[in-house]
Design a binder for this molecule. Structure first.
Ligand code: ARG
Length: 567
């Protein structure tokens, strides 16, 4: 509907010798605060300077240039002060959106904006010395949602995972295990294997002394030198960590197309640095240290190789970026990584440009930390909300709720409660703007009412139960009389394609999450006020409810949430 309005405005503006692009006009269109002011409004203030007139008169003149409103789409166009207000033909809007949703089904809302593009999205890229925590869940929720949003806009997405599987932090858990692990295995302790590894990392930090730190450093050197026993221990413990991650990914519904390992590529990064030294891009000191001065870009001085020749964290990333583009002929390469690494990625992209990476779109999708009421989560101190524990805790709560209502088989109970738990966690993590840090209060955060995932799922189940009761009726898009709550629902449904487009352009899942919640709210109001089965508009309203189900399902799917017909 907005396109029609853009067209009308563009034509009228042209007659006043104002040329604006469709996109620009679209961005100016507002939704007025009340129905009397129409469904859409175009403010004329900004034209005042150019046309040397006051905005109210400009509004009137533009309106005159428009002639009669095209009745199939618009009922009326009026001016009110500096605004031009558009009143859409509601019946035709209803007809259109219901037809589109019901015929296009799971494709309703998609676009071709990203056609022909190949994009790699990297997430969550853990270190292999400890299990995943709530921060990783936020990372994965964002990574998966952005992947789905890109796919819905016709991009080809490659989901990648970077395993930081070498380095001093890995050696710390290895050393602690060697000293105090008594050769026990996760099976002996009946513990999930990545948790088992993480316990030793915490243990190391609790018992940490200067001597212990030196020993870890020694171990790292042995590892780099290829010492057999060190490598054996490393393989064993890394295997445990990776096996554990696999289970968590599966539970959180994350599938990667490719896994990278720092241990396999960091040497290539070092070669790139030495190559850069030869080309005069980086300076090597007498001590052996290699660095680069980035103060021109306000990034200060960055050390790349230490005096002892070992490479710093950023070095493997140089090789990784190159490998990614080579392996997959990418147009774009995105990294979903927390905002503590903003500086890291600025330096990385700057170094890559110097090394000849031109015209390659790389982006750090930076997201805020998840903090606890007690402060920042710290893995090394063991003060984190563990990912597996959280999912299970929320699942048990959902199980308790479900058991109050229905008698379900054990498998059904487990299946439904997991879907509800994931909806609850994913929605909680995605409704917040990704740039913002968020506070997670374990006591308050898991609620099923109000602005939550389960509330949204519940509205879907309600709609499903209406449809189930109405098995035999035919659906139709025609309606005699539209009530206020019908209109509100129709309008919200019709916004979905615009929301998708905006989420795509801004890489912003929270737009979809918030839309889903608002849609569910509007449906609930409709549900409480409008009779569906047995009403005079039964066939139309069934079609409307069916459209709601479809749009909500599509919307939730973009934030990785599955629906349930019964709750
Ligand atoms: N493993 C790192 C961490 O846990 C994140 C890696 C991000 N990816 C990258 N290519 N640097 O902090």
């Amino acid at each position: 509907m907005k396109e029609v309005i853009v067209k009308i405005l563009k034509k009228a503006l042209k007659k006043k010798a104002v040329s604006l692009k469709d996109e620009e006009i679209l961005n100016l269109i507002e939704v007025p605060p009340s129905q009397e002011m129409g469904d859409y409004a175009f403010p004329c203030f900004f034209l005042s300077k150019q046309l040397h007139d006051n905005p109210s008169r400009i509004a009137i003149e533009l309106r005159e240039k428009m002639g009669n409103a095209p009745a199939t789409d618009l009922e009326d166009i009026q001016t009110q002060g500096p605004y031009i207000n558009f009143f859409v033909n509601r019946k035709s809007l209803a007809r259109q959106v219901i037809w589109d949703a019901i015929t296009q089904k799971k494709n309703f809302g998609e676009s071709k904006l990203g056609k022909g593009k190949r994009t790699m999205i990297e997430f969550p890229s853990p270190n292999t010395n400890k299990p995943l925590h709530l921060g990783h869940l936020r990372n994965m929720a964002i990574g998966e949602s952005i992947s789905r949003i890109l796919e819905f806009n016709d991009e080809k997405v490659i989901r990648a995972n970077m395993n930081n599987d070498r380095g001093i932090h890995i050696c710390k858990s290895m050393l602690a295990y060697k000293k105090w692990g008594r050769e026990k295995t996760p099976t002996d302790k009946k513990e999930k294997s990545d948790h088992f590894v993480g316990d030793f990392y915490v243990m190391f930090n609790k018992k940490k002394t200067k001597k212990l730190e030196a020993e870890a450093q020694e171990m790292l050197q042995k590892w780099e030198a290829g010492d057999k026993n060190t490598l054996l221990l490393w393989k064993l413990m890394n295997g445990w960590a990776l096996d554990g991650f696999k289970e968590t990914y599966k539970k959180f519904e994350i599938k990667h197309d490719v896994n990278y390992f720092e241990s396999k590529i960091y040497k290539k990064g070092k070669e790139m640095i030495l190559d850069g030294v030869k080309k005069g891009l980086f300076t090597q000191e007498k001590s052996g240290e290699v660095k680069i001065d980035l103060s021109n870009e306000k990034l200060g001085e960055k050390i790349l190789l230490r005096k002892d020749g070992t490479s710093v964290y950023i070095v493997f990333d140089l090789a990784l970026a190159k490998i990614k583009f080579e392996d997959y002929k990418l147009n774009k390469s995105f990294y979903v990584v927390g905002n503590e690494q903003d500086y890291h990625f600025k330096v990385l992209f700057s170094l890559l440009e110097k090394l000849g990476f031109k015209d390659k779109e790389m982006k750090h999708i930076s997201y805020g930390l998840v903090n606890l009421p007690t402060g920042r989560m710290k893995s090394r101190e063991g003060t984190v909300v563990d990912a597996d524990d959280l999912i299970e805790r929320v699942r048990l709560l959902a199980e308790k709720e479900l058991s109050k209502r229905d008698k379900l088989s054990k498998t059904e109970l487990k299946k439904r409660s997991l879907i509800i738990a994931l909806a609850s966690i994913k929605y909680l993590l995605l409704k917040v703007d990704i740039n913002k840090n968020m506070l997670f209060n374990p006591k308050e955060s898991v609620s099923f009412d109000g602005d939550t995932g389960p509330y949204i799922l519940y509205s879907y189940a309600r709609a499903s139960s209406i449809m189930e009761k109405a098995s035999l009726v035919q659906k139709k898009t025609e309606v005699n009389e539209l009530e206020e709550k019908d209109i509100a629902l129709v309008k919200k449904l019709s916004q979905f394609p615009e929301i998708v487009e905006s989420a795509y352009k801004n890489l912003n899942p929270s737009l979809i999450a918030n839309y889903s919640y608002q849609l569910a709210q509007i449906f609930n109001e409709f549900y409480h006020n409008c009779k569906v089965i047995g009403s005079e508009e039964e066939a139309f309203r069934l079609a409307l409810v069916q459209s709601f189900r479809q749009v909500l399902k599509n919307s939730l799917s973009l934030i990785g949430i599955e629906t349930l017909d019964k709750m």
